[in-house]
Design a protein around this ligand. Structure first.
Ligand SMILES: [Zn+2]
Length: 281
């Protein structure tokens, strides 16, 4: 990883002005082995997709995405277009690998990986089976929140590095999960209706087909905003939360598996309001 892979990573860091074009072909990028850099040919299509820029200071957001099982370019484009309706954002899409969940991204080798951003969105899915990851590497991920940089952690971010025996990454996210239930329509119930993130979110919402993450632990500083009952064990778990224990705001949701969920207006409202809360806007 390191130097060679770092160069590969750098080549895959796609700035958002090129990424918006991906929205038009999100389904193509959902396929195994998709390489977004080959498709991001230029900004012309991106400009056509732009909405009017909201007022206020611009926010520098990095989306760390890639790995197993989900359409990261498509999901990222959906997030960008939802958030850009209410906040001016300069996006950087840090696409750190295709569909190989065994991969260990070089990104976090660099302890300065988060510098220059106002918020980090984690929507990645790496679950190496063997514990080969150093504690320093895991600590590097958490350096961002300890430096006061807010974060959003979405779906498989919770299962990334789930085999690691230590909690550095989980303590950033506020929960521990190593498995999920079968695909189902998640019956989400709002637990904190007065929280700004949940404003306007229906008290009960049935998601498109998605996954409920089994939470083995909830860490101090985590506030549950919404829950769902996992049908396979009749147990209620947090599915939306905030976490503030390391010096920065973290918004988390374990929902976000399918593109149908990402296309749902309620889910987009949840992500948008989570983003706003995290950056304090
Ligand atoms: Zn999933």
């Amino acid at each position: 990883m390191l130097r060679k892979e770092a160069r590969r990573f750098a080549a895959r860091a796609v700035h958002a002005s090129f990424l918006a074009i991906l929205l038009c072909s999100a389904s193509a990028f959902g396929q195994e082995g998709a390489q977004p850099r080959e498709r991001a040919q230029g900004p012309a299509g991106a400009q056509a997709q732009r909405v009017q820029v909201p007022p206020g200071p611009r926010i520098r957001a990095a989306v760390v995405a890639g790995g197993c099982c989900h359409d990261y370019p498509g999901q990222t484009a959906t997030l960008m277009h939802a958030v850009e309706k209410v906040l001016p954002v300069d996006w950087t899409f840090l696409y750190i690998g295709g569909t190989n969940g065994q991969h260990v991204p070089a990104l976090y080798d660099d302890p300065n990986w988060f510098k220059g951003y106002d918020i980090i969105v984690h929507n990645e899915c790496y679950t190496p089976g063997d514990t080969l990851i150093s504690q320093r590497y895991l600590q590097n991920i958490g350096l961002a929140t300890r430096a006061g940089i807010p974060a959003m952690v979405i779906h498989c971010a919770m299962h990334t590095f789930r085999a690691e025996p230590t909690d550095e990454w989980r303590e950033v996210q506020g929960v521990k999960s190593v498995r999920h239930g079968p695909a189902t329509r998640v019956p989400m119930k709002v637990a904190a209706p007065k929280h700004p993130i949940m404003q306007g979110i229906p008290a009960e919402w049935l998601s498109p087909v998605d996954e409920i993450y089994i939470l083995d632990r909830v860490y101090p500083g985590t506030v549950t905003l919404a829950t769902a009952v996992e049908p396979s064990n009749s147990t209620e778990y947090a599915v939306v939360w905030t976490h503030q224990a390391q010096g920065a705001r973290v918004f988390g949701t374990s929902i976000g598996h399918s593109n149908a969920t990402w296309a749902d207006p309620v889910y987009q409202q949840l992500l948008t309001q989570g983003f706003k809360w995290a950056v304090g806007r």
